[in-house]
Design a protein around this ligand. Sequence first.
Ligand code: TRP
Length: 331
Amino acid sequence: MTRVLSGIKPTGHLTLGNYLGALRRWVEVDQHRSEALFCIVDLHALTVDHDPARVRRLTRRAATLLLAAGLDPERCTVFVQSHVDEHTRLSYLLECVATDGEMRRMIQYKEKAARERQRGRSVRLSLLTYPVLMAADILAYGADEVPVGDDQTQHVELARDLAVRFNQRYGHTFVVPRATRPKVAARVMNLQEPTSKMGKSDDSGPGIVHLLDEPETVRKKIMRAVTDSGRDVVHDREKRPGITNLLEILAACTGGDPKELCGAYASYGALKKDTAEAVVEVLKPLQARHRELCADPSYVDAVLRAGAERARRTARPTVDAAYRAIGLLPA
Ligand code: TRP
């Protein structure tokens, strides 16, 4: 069976973009058709200036939301990266295969490092080595497929390169993974800035719908979404990014086709209203389940404990094999 692994970084509250763009597919497709592992990659949240209490809180919240969204611990493995030592054990070996030049060429590194410097902060070394740890996340589990957004394909490419190089030098050890660009229900863009994606790290933005936003807040944010000049409802990402974003969100929530939906709307107002209600409806069961899970934190703890146990059992033989292959004396 195909093995699928993906990760989500606890650096902000999960958004509608995370749900419609990734999580929903994990729930509806991946956990059913493959052996799937989903990891809350908390170590990656430490690569830029961070608040310890917040990382801890967001990690727990992300885990709870993954379950609330419908990941079923009977069908897939949900775990926290730092609970499984194999990630950092393997990361060091991969640092001995990766080169300094490769790391410095990573687009995300260049962007994030520039941002840290701009803010007068020093750049953590872990920001540079982050893609190696991500490669370890993937290779430790022998994942065949890694569903990620566009911004992560370069990192998955690196994981491939490192797997091939390691295998060539030290003998076949790793499965060579490939990035899959999930056919997402929607590429959800920021409601206030519809040319950039609805990311999760920017916390209080009025253009970002969080999965736990109250219905009134959701409605307000969507009703205030920026639209484009013009009055007719047309689907055109270039010329009408605002309206197109709303059409995409509505279609994703109702199972329709964004291009066909245009015909049904004579005004922006009506489209916004329906979109707001559709989002509220999609979030309702997830929020109800989240409340239930919060009432019983020991359940979430138990799921994460069992998940880490299973993940460890899966990763351990591969990482041990890598230790032997690279020349380390067995303990
Ligand atoms: N780097 C990814 C992101 O920022 C998160 C991530 C870490 C990941 N390890 C992974 C994704 C392994 C897929 C597989 O979104």
